[in-house]
Design a protein around this ligand. Structure first.
Ligand SMILES: Nc1ncnc2c1ncn2[C@@H]1O[C@H](COP(=O)(O)OP(=O)(O)OP(=O)(O)O)[C@@H](O)[C@H]1O
Ligand SMILES: [Mg+2]
Length: 320
């Protein structure tokens, strides 16, 4: 099958060659072009949409562009506050439309790809298909070549694909019963999902919480249950740590999935999986929960991947 990896290998096998192909590479100009084109593509809508959240002019436009369609579609009625400006996205707390049966929703609006700071994103793209805004695999060879060559258009495709992977993964895992936010809607550059927290305070991430000692063990078990459930559904989070687990009303909710990988198609998947498990174990170690992360990861991997795998995938090491 001709997927993105094929085109990447053909046209973009490594940084040195990429440099040669683009002697006049000017990252700054390209960033601006891509930002402009992303902004153009999001037709400003949101007639009558006047968010309560007071933002700078630039951020206001950003919000109206990307969250306006949710307002038009009667999914949100207001944007109340910025929850957090992350490295990849801004997350806003929104008032939900009464028809949705939730009071508040979280809207994650992605920054243009070039503002992202994910270390070594190619590692996560290996073995993954390029997805369009609807979450369907892109098959057009020209588009795949553009992505592999990282033209402006190709960068846009990769950006869209990145967020489509998060939407698809969240949908799949919520249906599988994992502790992840439920997706209510997907836009061109945003997702709308369950909000954890209340109006005044969003749920903290686990790294900001001191757990009641008796809650540590059940929560650790719960997280491992989620890790196993994901693996059984061909997903490895890829950036799992206390920073991407919300803690609310005594329970956990795992967030932030754009880099999730398929354990059967990414050659570095076991290393990435083991790192996820290790980070969880390290967090809970301070609560006196001792676990052998390497052994745990291997046992789960053998059960859900090796046992179902044919033929055997080569494995690669990943920096811890
Ligand atoms: N569904 C949600 N409900 C409440 N808060 C949320 C929700 N999703 C995300 N957040 C908050 O927004 C922050 C950023 O979200 P997320 O981790 O998905 O994006 P990111 O760009 O990868 O951010 P970071 O660089 O901080 O990891 C989270 O750390 C969390 O505080
Ligand atoms: Mg995060």
């Amino acid at each position: 099958m001709l997927n993105f990896s094929y085109y990447e290998d053909t046209f973009d096998p490594g940084a040195p060659r990429r440099k040669k192909l683009r002697p006049n590479y000017k990252p700054k100009r390209r960033r601006e072009e891509i930002a402009a084109s992303l902004a153009d593509k999001a037709a400003p809508t949101g007639d009558g949409f006047n968010p309560t959240f007071s933002a700078s002019r630039h951020e206001h436009e950003w919000i109206v562009n990307y969250l306006g369609p949710f307002y038009d579609d009667h999914q949100i009625t207001d944007v109340l506050r910025l929850v957090k400006g992350g490295k990849e996205a801004n997350v806003y707390c929104c008032a939900a439309h009464p028809a949705l049966g939730a009071e508040l929703l979280a809207a994650k609006v992605y920054r243009p790809r070039m503002f992202r700071n994910l270390r070594n994103d190619a590692l996560y793209r290996r073995g993954r298909e390029i997805l369009d805004a609807e979450g369907k695999a892109v098959r057009d060879p020209k588009a795949l070549v553009a992505a592999a060559k990282k033209t402006s258009f190709g960068q846009e495709l990769l950006h869209t694909s990145w967020l489509a992977h998060e939407g698809n993964t969240l949908r799949l895992l919520a249906e599988a019963g994992a502790d992840v936010p439920r997706i209510f809607a997907r836009g061109e550059n945003a997702i709308l999902m369950t909000y954890l927290g209340d109006r005044d305070s969003p749920a903290p991430t686990l790294n900001h919480v001191t757990l009641p000692p008796r809650r540590a063990r059940p929560l650790f078990d719960r997280l491992l249950h989620n890790v196993e459930l994901m693996l059984a559904h061909r997903k490895v989070h890829g950036d799992l740590s206390a920073y991407n687990v919300l803690y609310w009303e005594g329970d956990i909710c795992i967030i932030d999935f754009p880099q999730a990988i398929d354990p059967f198609t990414n050659p570095a998947a076991f290393g990435i999986f083991r790192r996820d498990v290790t980070r969880l174990c390290e967090y809970f170690d301070k609560y006196g929960i001792s676990a052998n992360a390497g052994q745990l990861a291997r046992t789960l991997w053998d059960k859900h991947v090796v046992a179902k795998q044919e033929p055997e995938l080569p494995t690669e090491d990943v920096e811890e």
